[in-house]
Design a protein around this ligand. Sequence first.
Ligand SMILES: *[C@@H]1O[C@H](CO)[C@@H](O)[C@H](O)[C@H]1NC(C)=O
Ligand SMILES: *[C@@H]1O[C@H](CO)[C@@H](O)[C@H](O)[C@H]1NC(C)=O
Ligand SMILES: *[C@@H]1O[C@H](CO)[C@@H](O)[C@H](O)[C@H]1NC(C)=O
Length: 290
Amino acid sequence: MNKCIRLLILLIFICLIDNTDNFLLKSRLSIIKIGSFNLRRYSFSKATSTNSTNSYISQILQRYDLIFLQEIIDISNDNRVVNLLLNHLHKKLKLRKYEAIISPPLGSTSYKERLVYLYQKKSSKIKILSSFVYNGSVSKMFERPPFILRIQLSASGQITFIGAHLKPDCVYNEFRLLRTVIDELKEKSSIILLGDFNADCSYLNNAKKKEIRNIYFNEFQWLIDDRTETNLLESCSYDRIIVSSGINQWKKVNWKANTNGTFQFDKKFKLTKQSALQISDHYPVEVDIY
Ligand SMILES: *[C@@H]1O[C@H](CO)[C@@H](O)[C@H](O)[C@H]1NC(C)=O
Ligand SMILES: *[C@@H]1O[C@H](CO)[C@@H](O)[C@H](O)[C@H]1NC(C)=O
Ligand SMILES: *[C@@H]1O[C@H](CO)[C@@H](O)[C@H](O)[C@H]1NC(C)=O
């Protein structure tokens, strides 16, 4: 073949690749990966442990543009535990930095946990608008009231996250109260409920689950289905991501099909059950939204 023609073909080829890249880049720019992870009693001792736990946890957290964390045990008044977590994470990252939005210690007994949103700082995609612990009419009826975060997502407008860790013995009641929370917020924006809701097995039977789904959250779509095991010890779907579907007053949450599910870190890192459990007994649940 003539050298010029070969060169021309090569150039066309490069242009094609470049265009696909641009296209992918553009769609990737407006997509963010969000998650929810129960970090199983992430306390000072877990945060300072010199074993590989924190290295794995950092690798997991890096997957996300924004992640809601539960079971952060920290009663210090300088957020010691979360700061250690951020240090571990930033050790692994050269350019990206995360920032934490941290609730006060929540709980009606001496056992208290903080709820935390971690997000990529200086991301052009996410703008944090506000955050607060729900303090409306039914707030005292929760073991830990929901932690609410409002963001502006570059493409799709405002999204309100309602993050919660429901009390195992009160799942049915607290779940119904989440509906009251939503109604009181009077949001028009898209809504995402996420967290360890203990929404399965012995804590929420099928009849009650159906009732919650069909009566209380009829306008919402459950992205983590009942067959998805979100727990390493039991075949249960405790952790959930539930999004508004555009029916009624709330905007639809646009999410990418097949990006909803769990991140099975034990399989990914080839860990034994025992070492995986040092990270957590829960998998993160995740979905890409845009
Ligand atoms: C690693 O840290 C975890 C969390 O603190 C702890 O439960 C576990 O025993 C530690 N493992 C080793 C091998 O030190
Ligand atoms: C509830 O929280 C909001 C937002 O932080 C605050 O403006 C309001 O005063 C609080 N209401 C009560 C009753 O504490
Ligand atoms: C993802 O969401 C779709 C639609 O709700 C559902 O059919 C599918 O089972 C979900 N996948 C997982 C892993 O939960």
